[in-house]
Design a binder for this molecule. Structure first.
Ligand SMILES: Cc1cc2nc3c(=O)[nH]c(=O)nc-3n(C[C@H](O)[C@H](O)[C@H](O)COP(=O)(O)OP(=O)(O)OC[C@H]3O[C@@H](n4cnc5c(N)ncnc54)[C@H](O)[C@@H]3O)c2cc1C
Ligand code: SF4
Length: 429
């Protein structure tokens, strides 16, 4: 059972989504977190989850005991939250608030990232709190953007559009599940763009918290009763697939089992899946973010000149390098594994990517992240003037692909991390 570096034999996995389209569209993935939260409220419980602060520059905890109140929790916020709750104008520690509810014997559902749930559990242990009524949901998590990048984005956007933000959604489902950013301004104007092409999306991809590359809540170290995430890799012909989002749910504890058992089947389509398949298809449950971008110079630039400038500066050194593959060339990525998940969005934001190619026949014809169709090596050869960005980490496997490419007559290629590092090396000199 050491296949993923930990013993997963005690875990169970499910796919699922809210069946009502309007409600599903409001959630990030399949709406598992919101659906379970609703059920807790219906059973007299309170839910503690994360929403944006009033000015959208940060995220903080909210305590919710009505179905309507869950609205502000919906959707992912890609920053770490403040562990504070505003109660009647006064900020209080979220841990204290949870403690008070538990002492009163109230049913509590706490939703957060792995480190959020871990911190609450440590608090309960240290203060000998009886947590029999405490249930926890962890989000499967790649890591968060640094706070400064997020608040700078809000500041720059409000300045650019000369209006305060009224609503922010970084998982807006404009065209199905592909995340868009949608900002509603007080003057009623609206900004929409594919999230990964927005400055906030780019910041999420390149300005991550370095500590997240050494997350202490992966694999067997998860502490939540269940973990929920995106099930992007679910086959489109699976009967539990929905183009507007599907959740993956991983049950860990007895309480997790109770949460899953109590999911009302009327308006949530739940299906047990093989745990090994689930882990293969969502590696963030056990695998850390690869911190291979030197974020320090970008952060220094962000502090001096703002986010837009820092991104432009970063890209101005990447783009000439991407020009190596030339805008007229047909750019194809090779490999659909970890590096693809991590970098396909960044590569896609730098140049137009035609396809992804893979030796695995099972992937041919499948559509991956960002609507990229996977083709076979034979199809790759039939394309004119191709440049291949190799998305394979293992050196031996990469060398084999390079050899294969040469045999196919494709001599124009680069390893994705060279491509990025080469470009960023002299960036801020
Ligand atoms: C920083 C971050 C990184 C993520 N990385 C991955 C990943 O790599 N792979 C993956 O499969 N899924 C990841 N997710 C989870 C995914 O984006 C969805 O949040 C998750 O699938 C829940 O969606 P839902 O439709 O069930 O929830 P919704 O109905 O949309 O409700 C969202 C819930 O998430 C909580 N929440 C939102 N933002 C935060 C936050 N910053 N801190 C704590 N709680 C928050 C809210 O309280 C709410 O309860 C990440 C989420 C975040 C916030
Ligand atoms: S990767 Fe780990 S440490 Fe970073 S935000 Fe997610 S759970 Fe917390």
């Amino acid at each position: 059972m050491a296949e993923f570096g930990f013993d997963y034999s005690g875990l169970k996995a499910y796919s699922g989504h809210i069946t009502d389209k309007d409600r599903l569209l409001k959630s990030s993935s399949g709406g598992a977190a919101s659906h379970i939260a609703e059920q807790f409220i219906r059973h007299g419980g309170v839910v503690l989850g994360v929403g944006y602060a009033k000015d959208f520059k940060s995220a903080e905890y909210y305590c919710v005991n009505t179905i309507d109140g869950l609205e502000k929790l919906r959707g992912s916020k890609y920053i770490a939250s403040r562990k504070m709750i505003n109660i009647d104008g006064e900020y209080r520690s979220v841990y204290k608030v949870v403690e008070e509810y538990l002492i009163k014997g109230q049913l509590v559902l706490y939703i957060g990232l792995g480190c959020d749930v871990g911190a609450l559990k440590r608090y309960c242990q240290a203060n000998k709190i009886d947590d029999v009524n405490l249930f926890t949901i962890e989000l499967i998590c790649v890591g968060t953007t640094i706070q400064e990048a997020h608040s700078m984005y809000i500041q720059e956007t409000e300045k650019k559009y000369r209006s305060k933000i009224r609503k922010l959604n970084v998982r807006y489902k404009k065209e199905g599940w592909l995340p868009y950013i949608r900002i509603e301004f007080e003057d009623k104007n609206v900004f929409e763009a594919p999230f990964n092409e927005s400055d906030l999306g780019i910041a999420f991809n390149i300005l991550y918290r370095r500590s997240c590359s050494q997350c202490g809540y992966k694999g067997e170290k998860h502490v939540g009763d269940i973990a929920v995430g995106d099930y992007f890799r679910l086959e489109h012909d699976d009967d539990s697939y929905d183009e507007n989002g599907v959740s993956i749910l991983i049950e860990k504890t007895e309480k997790g089992k109770r949460i899953i058992k109590n999911i009302e089947p009327d308006d949530f389509l739940l299906k047990e899946i093989d745990i090994r398949k689930a882990l293969l298809e969502n590696h963030r449950y056990y695998k850390n973010l690869e911190a291979d971008i030197d974020t320090e110079p970008i952060i220094a630039n962000l502090r001096r000149n703002g986010l837009r400038y820092a991104i432009e500066k970063y890209y101005s050194y990447l783009i000439p390098d991407s020009a190596k593959c030339g805008s007229k060339k047909t750019v194809v990525m090779w490999g659909t594994g970890t590096l693809f998940s991590r970098y396909s969005l960044l590569v896609g934001s730098l140049c137009h990517v035609s396809n992804v190619c893979d030796n695995n026949e099972a992937n041919w014809g499948k559509v991956f992240q960002e609507n990229i169709l996977c083709i076979s090596p034979q199809e790759l050869c039939s394309k004119d003037d191709v440049f291949v960005v190799i998305m394979i980490e293992n050196v031996r496997a990469r060398k084999m692909v390079e050899k294969q490419l040469e045999m196919l007559g494709v001599y124009s290629f680069d390893y994705v991390l060279n491509w990025i590092k080469y470009a960023s090396r002299d960036m801020f000199n």
